[in-house]
Design a binder for this molecule. Sequence first.
Ligand code: ZN
Length: 189
Amino acid sequence: MHMFRTASLLFRLWKASKIANTVNPLTDKRRTHKGNMENKNHEHYMNIALGLARRAAAEGEVPVGAVIVHDGEVVATGYNRREQGADATAHAEIIAIRSACAALGRWRLEECDLYVTLEPCPMCAGAIVNARLEKVIFGAHDPKSGAMGSVVDLNALPLNHKPQVTAGVLGEESAELLREFFAKLRKKI
Ligand code: ZN
């Protein structure tokens, strides 16, 4: 009798430990690990976009940079060239989208992610929807013309495509670059 009770208790303890193992922090750990990896990836590509934004500033353009990633590879880049191109549509995102379409030989950019240092404007958000980009990751919010939540949210409209949006990746760095650029411009005037 005594032996049986001990065995049964041991069995119950073993069962409990098995259950504990399956629900335990292990799974949470994996989730956190995945989240960290995603953040790391986001920052990696956003740093490339920031480099492009710096190049724009060096060329006298408002510093905004963009990259398009497909299968972990940068397939297109762009930075604001509105002044040099004397072109109102030469925003970083439009240049990157055109370049990605040319590189991949298709206008549908499904399974592609766009990283841009500043929240897209209504024109670029429209181009993003038309290109069917899967994800948009942006840095700083644009309270003056942001179309992904700041002034309007294009994703809130009943359009045929909704990209997943992540905001604020290296947002402070992106905003600082813009602040610096406009501060210098004001000194020149
Ligand atoms: Zn734009």
